[in-house]
Write a new protein. Structure first.
Length: 283
């Protein structure tokens, strides 16, 4: 273009209007930014109070606040850029495509992420609880966004994906304060069951850890191969479950022996038949 044809006069005449328009847009954008920043702060404070009110896990509160803060600031920046005249449609499309690609690549991790959020919100278990899930029985040591770690009774730490935990059954042994202790006892055929029942109940009464309500009970359950099988049931605090079981199994054995009640062991009677006659035994 020929420099002589450029209308510098017109440009100079329109410069103040252009500059004023640009400054106005910048000023409005700054106002929108600071108002948006205040709104974001207000929203985060309000949601944080709601999370605390409903006793949401602190690690989840921190994550959700960070995620919500980032999302709101992205929206605010897009609004500011749009007000400045920047075309943001293409930018939004790029973000959407990137999000889809990342989502497809991280399907398993996203499932664990969603499971972690559900676990931390609905709390089917908490740190310190004893649970059985995914073939593992042990104490929960940590609940993270993607994985939960459980220490089993062999002192092995098992890491379980939260997606699997959230979509399968979980047995929590720590929710209720009391647990039923069940012991299997066998006595010899011919034993007086009423006497045996009373001996066992008298033994259980000596343990102060056993609750009176519900009262201990002894039931005859089965004609076993070598014994009459009894089920001994009583209730105790959840923390005393195994000590009560171990101590009373030994105490019941000693009480039965003290009252001459036989605790049988597996045995077989072997009968040898000789179709052609019993051979003579030469001395």
């Amino acid at each position: 273009m020929d420099m002589d044809t450029i209308d510098f006069g017109g440009m100079m005449e329109n410069a103040p209007e252009f500059i004023l328009g640009a400054l106005t847009k910048i000023l409005i954008a700054l106002v929108i930014y600071f108002i948006g920043k205040w709104v974001i702060s207000f929203v985060l404070t309000a949601t944080n109070k709601i999370f605390i009110k409903y006793d949401v896990d602190r690690s989840l509160i921190s994550f959700l606040n960070s995620f919500l803060k980032g999302l709101l600031y992205v929206i605010l920046i897009l609004i500011v850029l749009s007000n400045l005249g920047v075309e943001v449609t293409a930018f939004i499309a790029i973000l959407g495509a990137a999000g889809l690609a990342i989502g497809l690549a991280l399907q398993g991790s996203l499932a664990n992420f969603a499971g972690g959020i559900l676990i931390l919100i609905f709390k089917p278990f908490k740190v310190g609880d004893t649970i059985e899930a995914q073939g593992t029985l042990g104490s929960v040591e940590n609940i993270a966004i993607l994985y939960t770690t459980v220490r089993n009774f062999d002192n092995k730490v098992v890491t379980i994906p939260n997606g699997a935990l959230a979509n399968n059954s979980i047995t929590n042994f720590s929710v209720k304060p009391t647990r039923r202790v069940e012991m299997a006892v066998g006595v010899a055929y011919g034993t007086d069951l009423k006497k045996t029942r009373q001996v066992i109940l008298d033994t259980l009464k000596k343990d102060e850890r056993i609750h009176d309500d519900p009262a201990p009970a002894v039931y005859f359950t089965n004609f076993g191969d070598n014994s009459l099988d009894l089920s001994v049931r009583c209730w105790s605090d959840a923390d005393n479950l195994w000590p009560v079981f171990w101590d009373n199994m030994e105490a019941i054995k000693e009480s039965l022996e003290a009252h001459d009640i036989e605790v049988p062991f597996p045995q077989r009677d072997v009968h040898h038949f000789f179709p052609e006659g019993k051979p003579e035994i030469k001395g």
